[in-house]
Design a protein around this ligand. Structure first.
Ligand SMILES: *Cc1c(COP(=O)(O)O)cnc(C)c1O
Length: 376
């Protein structure tokens, strides 16, 4: 009997050279959080991002956001404005720093931080408390946020922006790479992301001095002395040379991965846009999404759930869109500036399987179930 294999939302997809770089690390005994693969991977990322940024590879994207907030001196009593429609890892590091998150809702064109609400929130906080210490904006599902508008507001009030590009390596905004659009950028190489090192992340900064400071903090903040001397609190956040080897291999195929994910989106759109019950998020002019995950908005919560459960019956993983942070039990008591967008998307939106390694048969199998469910 033919048994069907499980289809995942987004699974790792190795290119071929990863093993070679990992073998090299073993052959030369560079099994440490430093070595040629760490330098090589940082260099690959730097070049990919346009060459004028400095990159430090770390143990995770979450660690990168945390270090970013450290570099900006975010601490107790500070407020940080954070996109509400995101994964919790965007917001958790605000709490690690004993600071206070303030959540900002999304706009319709990109599903990302609404520039309008951002400015309303900044004015409100300045009037009622003090100027927020930082802004965390997210290129969710690979769709760039409106960086020109967000950066202009940030500049007007002199507030730095942390660009959460965990889901958007390979996305472009007016021809510039996501991750390099603001003061501090972050990437993730977790297993479900567009490229992976099994676990890992990167911090992207504008100067060598900031990178050196980030590396210093990420390797236990050891001062220059023959013994272990410490005058600040450090972290163990550096990426290992073994995992950086996987990253170097993945960077050889990043463009193929983006192309494959965009093709998934085109496939779904081509076959499903005839159904009025389903809509897709289009790219605004000069926005280029890596289409990390293809998302659909359905006409109702009931239809969303019906689709999800029918797919599940056939061992196909799909998932509701991110639950907004201002609705999460752990964050619901923090201040938020909302307009209903992220709540509506959470209610009616569904992430479809989007791996770059989906076969044509996989896509057809998913499509058949969706179409059959819509015709029920
Ligand atoms: C994955 C992700 C992160 C965290 O990255 P990790 O490497 O898993 O720590 C942060 N923000 C967003 C939006 C993410 O999707």
């Amino acid at each position: 009997m033919l048994t069907k294999t499980k289809i995942y939302l987004s699974s790792p997809h190795m290119g071929g050279s990863e093993q070679k770089f990992v073998d090299e690390a073993f052959a030369t005994n560079w099994i440490a959080p430093l070595g040629p693969n760490v330098d090589g991977f940082e260099n690959d990322l730097k070049n990919y991002l346009g060459g004028d940024k400095c990159v430090a590879v770390l143990s995770s994207g979450t660690a990168a956001i945390h270090l970013g907030l450290q570099l900006l001196d975010v601490s107790e009593g500070d407020e940080v404005l954070c996109q509400s429609f995101t994964f919790s890892a965007s917001a958790n590091p605000i709490i690690y720093q004993d600071a206070t998150p303030v959540f900002i809702d999304s706009e319709l064109d990109t599903w990302n931080m609404s520039p309008e609400l951002l400015e309303i929130a900044i004015k409100d906080r300045i009037e009622k408390y003090k100027k927020p210490k930082a802004i965390i904006a997210v290129h969710l599902y690979g769709m760039p946020y409106k960086a020109n508008e967000i950066n202009a507001i940030a500049k007007k009030y002199d507030i730095p922006v942390v660009e959460d590009s965990a889901e958007a390596l390979g996305s472009k905004y007016f021809n510039r790479e996501c991750g390099s659009l603001s003061d501090i950028g972050i990437l993730s190489f977790n297993g479900n992301k567009i490229i992976t090192t099994s676990g890992g992340g990167a911090l992207i900064v504008g100067t060598k001095e900031l990178k050196d400071k980030a590396v210093f903090l990420s390797t236990q903040a050891r001062d220059n002395a023959p013994h272990y001397e410490h005058s600040s609190i450090g972290f163990n956040y550096r990426m290992s040379n073994v995992l950086a080897g996987i990253g170097r291999g993945q960077m050889e195929v990043i463009d193929d991965r983006v192309e494959a994910r965009r093709k998934n989106f085109e496939f779904y759109k081509k076959h499903l846009s005839q159904f009025n019950e389903i809509t897709f998020l289009e790219e605004p002019k000069n926005f280029f999404s890596n289409r990390w995950i293809t998302c659909i908005e359905t006409e109702s919560f009931e239809l969303r759930e019906k689709l999800r459960l029918e797919l599940l019956k056939d061992d196909i993983e799909s998932r509701p869109l991110w639950k907004p942070m201002h609705m999460q039990p752990i964050f619901k008591n923090y201040l938020h500036f909302t307009n209903g967008t992220s709540e509506r998307l959470f209610d009616k939106g569904l992430c479809l399987p989007s791996g770059s390694n989906l076969s044509q048969d996989d896509l057809q199998r998913i499509l058949n179930i969706i179409i059959n469910t819509l015709k029920l």
